[in-house]
Design a protein around this ligand. Structure first.
Ligand code: ADP
Length: 251
């Protein structure tokens, strides 16, 4: 028996969604750039320390928003394959420490405990801004999709020619049928869609793209009701993803 399914309408819907996201984010970008420009001008004025600090907080939040808007725009136009990367020697352990420190307040708000198990240093040839984005995305998800009084464990280890970063949570877990799809752009599980926890469904797609561009791989293990572990492995020496002798194959 041959089953033929016409997916034209589904493809049209996906295209319409991407067009909408693309145009909305495009419209968001210019006012945001203007806000940042004016905040820069205000910063140059003769301000007292307290006001300067408030302007800095506003500017850093506007910058974060701009990074998000740019990522959304890139994802909608399917151009995330071209994320600009700049590789240098950097310390993954330090990046993990900074990421965890920056999310302490968010975790406290959600009554989630953060545990960190990293060596003094673990250097690799990476894009440190993008790897920070990877750790931030995984830790944010581990907090967001955790239970009250849950735990998030972040660990970094040197494993031969690679560095392995693990983010383990004690949350709701991910159903088997969703495991393969959570890395798709805009995909959110039913329970995430039904909860009040906000999200775009882009974080893991961007995370996987960044890890693959490092010649590494990203995997997940999950048990319903017990929690999930996301594992990132990146080679300590950068190998271009399409080089034949890459150290680790991307999943
Ligand atoms: P977002 O969090 O913005 O929805 P992501 O791409 O980061 O998007 O994640 C996609 C989906 O994968 C989430 O909507 C959620 O359903 C699921 N997910 C991601 N991380 C976890 C986690 N640690 N525990 C349970 N579900 C998760």
């Amino acid at each position: 028996m041959v089953v033929v399914k016409d997916v034209t309408r589904e493809l049209d819907a996906v295209r319409a969604r991407d067009d909408l996201v693309g145009s909305v984010t495009h419209e968001l970008r210019s006012p945001l750039t203007s806000i940042l420009g004016y905040l820069d001008l205000v910063r140059d004025a003769d301000l007292d320390d307290e006001t300067l600090e408030q302007v800095d907080v506003a500017a850093s939040n506007a910058e974060r928003l701009l990074v998000l808007v740019n990522d959304l725009l890139r994802a909608a136009s399917d151009a995330d394959k071209n994320l600009p990367m700049s590789f240098v020697r950097a310390d993954v352990a330090e990046i993990a420490r900074e990421s965890v420190a920056s999310q302490r307040i968010f975790a406290e708000d959600r009554e989630v405990e953060l545990e960190l198990d990293v060596p003094a240093s673990a250097t690799a040839t990476i894009d440190p801004v993008r790897i920070r984005q990877v750790v931030d995305n995984l830790v944010t998800n581990a907090i967001k999709y955790n239970r009250e009084w849950g735990t998030v464990q972040v660990s970094v280890r040197e494993t031969g020619p690679a560095i392995t970063l693990e983010v383990r949570d004690t949350g709701q877990g991910i159903p088997d049928i969703d495991l393969a799809r959570i890395f798709d752009r805009f995909y959110r599980t039913k329970s995430a869609r039904n909860s009040t926890t906000g999200g775009t469904g882009l974080g893991l797609a961007i995370t996987r793209e960044i890890v693959q561009r490092h010649g590494g791989d990203l995997s997940v293990e999950s048990e319903l009701g017990l929690g999930s572990t996301f594992r990132v492995r990146i080679p300590t020496e950068h190998v271009a993803p399409d080089a034949p002798d890459r150290a680790i194959s991307a999943s």
